[in-house]
Design a binder for this molecule. Structure first.
Ligand SMILES: [Zn+2]
Length: 259
């Protein structure tokens, strides 16, 4: 699932292809917007908010998309057909380029003045211009009995963390994922570390939390279930956490993150 850094990069790619361009075609393959036509309008810009993308178009219109589990935006020359089999949900085309939204988890068209209805619930954006660690901590503290693992994925607390950054951040802080938020000693250091990790990865593909970009060495615990911890040698554990039917993957080291 794309996390905040990947969505941030996607916004940059969309800006590069579409900003300042007039749409020659819009193709919404979503029943609700089947008749929506944005052609003739200039694309102003695309911004990311946590894992949400907002593409602002001339005339006060915003196209909101979310990649969810495996969605993506592909940029290709205008006029080229997307590969067969791609589940295209939306195409925004201008003279030179087209942006093809594949398997998007959400597609909405709203007035730009009403974007807050879609993203106003989000906590501080780890990669946003308004990142505010104190506000993130304040929001986390509002539910002291929640597990820290679940709280970090709750985008209302802070926006941009997915399962990879959750696992890596908790490992690096030595925090057991099921520890109560109220029992985590330094929440400020935790969210600041998460911010640093996303910042460090926002400009390149992949997630490197160890400082070592060689493919087998990029993470501490994520993708390393059953392998020895790089610090203490304990086998990395793999499990799931979250409410029933919403369980998400968690990896941790029982030695470095004792329960
Ligand atoms: Zn360890």
């Amino acid at each position: 699932m794309p996390e905040g850094d990947a969505v941030h990069r996607t916004a940059a790619r969309l800006r590069g292809a579409l900003d300042g361009q007039v749409l020659t075609r819009s193709d919404f393959r979503v029943p609700r917007y089947a008749t929506t036509d944005l052609s003739g309008r200039e694309v102003l810009t695309t911004v990311s908010r946590g894992k949400h993308l907002l593409t602002r178009v001339e005339g006060g219109v915003t196209v909101h998309t979310h990649l969810r589990m495996d969605g993506s935006w592909r940029i290709m020359p205008a006029g080229r057909r997307p590969p067969p089999g791609d589940q295209v949900r939306l195409i925004l085309a201008c003279r030179q380029w087209q942006a093809v939204g594949v398997r998007l988890g959400m597609v909405d068209v709203v007035a730009t003045s009403e974007e807050q209805q879609l993203v106003g619930h989000l906590g501080p954006d780890l990669l946003g211009p308004d990142w505010d660690p104190d506000e993130a901590v304040r929001r986390l503290r509002q539910a002291p009995d929640q597990t820290i693992g679940e709280a970090l994925l709750d985008q209302r607390n802070l926006a941009g963390i997915g399962t990879i950054y959750r696992a890596e951040t908790l490992f690096l802080r030595g925090v057991w994922p099921w520890r109560r938020v109220g029992d985590v000693e330094d929440l400020g250091a935790l969210v600041t570390l998460a911010h640093r990790l996303l910042e460090a990865n926002k400009s390149h593909a992949g997630t490197v939390t160890t400082g070592d970009r060689r493919p087998a060495n990029q993470t501490w615990v994520y993708g390393r279930a059953g392998r020895p911890c790089r610090r203490c040698g304990t086998r990395i554990s793999r499990g799931e956490m979250g409410a029933q039917s919403q369980e998400r993957l968690i990896l941790w080291c029982g030695g470095c993150q004792p329960g």
